[in-house]
Design a protein around this ligand. Sequence first.
Ligand SMILES: [Zn+2]
Ligand SMILES: [Zn+2]
Length: 77
Amino acid sequence: MHTCRNCNQSFQTELALELHRDTCKKGQLFCQVCGDRFREGDATQDGWHYECPNDECDGDGLQEDLYRVEDVRTTTH
Ligand SMILES: [Zn+2]
Ligand SMILES: [Zn+2]
């Protein structure tokens, strides 16, 4: 069983989870350093300083290493 870390929805296959992650409304932020997605609330305590919630990743800064998924979509189209 594969579970989406953002919304806790479960999927039978890893592929189904990958497809879901593209549309998951709770995975709003994207880290370009490790390629992971997570909730905005997981990346910031105060809504000002953002950093990747993954321990092994040192990506930080909104619009530097972290991007909103919707911003990435609009700039790549
Ligand atoms: Zn999800
Ligand atoms: Zn990261």
